[in-house]
Design a protein around this ligand. Structure first.
Ligand code: ADP
Ligand code: ADP
Length: 220
């Protein structure tokens, strides 16, 4: 589904060059739940951003469903980012002056859909994460675990095939973290392909496969 071949990423800031990823080869299959672990600064976020087509590698190729990304038009790429891939971040990234329901609708605003169908889809996504009773609340009225559930609802509202989660439980206590992991496991069982960065070995054990990074390289 997402295949990375010989990926290298170099960040160039003024006179400093950082090799953030070094010869990465990863093939994520449809329906897999893969975790990525490794110490701070080893390239996990960079890798996830490249998988999500938010950032470009310095060298190497990415193929989505066997088609090299360089063969996609800008319009195709925008479509992929918006419809095929859902992102979840450690710090939620919710908009504080929009209601929960409005936050969840955001990814659908780029689509040619009616207000009513957007609303229905957002309600359905909130039901899946158990937050139907918080639709009219605002983000700062929710606990951390609830905010992350809103972020998951926003990530899944457009039925993406792939969910990329960058330390989704990093800001949560272990009980709430487990709740979030259980939601991700349910989404995976229902067919979503998931790649999750985590610092938690126990969570990684519950996924199908673990990729370890060290200093930009894959060590397992
Ligand atoms: P992780 O997510 O594992 O903590 P990152 O992917 O964020 O690691 O970073 C990998 C390396 O690349 C680090 O050395 C970091 O300092 C560097 N880096 C990340 N983003 C940038 C950037 N925008 N500009 C320059 N260096 C960066
Ligand atoms: P948790 O035990 O999951 O961390 P909290 O103790 O933070 O949850 O919140 C308990 C309930 O109170 C939550 O359902 C949340 O929606 C509500 N709540 C928390 N903070 C606020 C707030 N500032 N204003 C309104 N409701 C809040």
């Amino acid at each position: 589904m997402i295949k990375l071949s010989n990926i290298e990423k170099v960040y160039q800031t003024s006179n400093i060059e950082t090799l953030a990823l070094n010869n990465i080869n990863i093939d994520i299959k449809k329906g897999e739940f893969v975790s990525i672990m490794g110490p701070s600064g080893c390239g996990k976020s960079t890798l996830l951003n490249i998988m999500g087509l938010l950032d470009e590698p310095s060298t190497g190729t990415i193929a989505i469903d066997n088609k090299p990304v360089e063969k996609f038009t800008d319009k195709d790429l925008a479509y992929l980012r918006n419809q095929k891939i859902g992102f979840i971040f450690q710090s939620f990234h919710l908009i504080n002056d929009l209601s929960i329901l409005d936050n969840v609708e955001i990814p659908l605003l780029y689509r040619a859909s009616t207000n009513k169908s957007r609303r229905e889809a957002a309600k359905e996504a909130l039901e899946k994460v158990g937050l139907s009773n918080r639709m009219k609340h605002f983000p700062n009225q929710l606990s951390g675990g609830q905010k992350q559930r809103v972020a998951i609802a926003r990530a899944i509202v457009g039925n993406p095939e792939i969910i990329l989660a960058d330390e989704p439980t990093g800001n949560l206590d272990s009980a709430m973290g487990n709740e979030i992991l259980n939601i991700l496991l349910q989404l995976n069982a229902a067919g979503s392909t998931i790649v999750m960065v985590t610092h938690d070995e126990n969570m990684a054990k519950k996924t199908h496969r673990l990729i370890r990074l060290f200093d930009g390289s894959q060590v397992s």
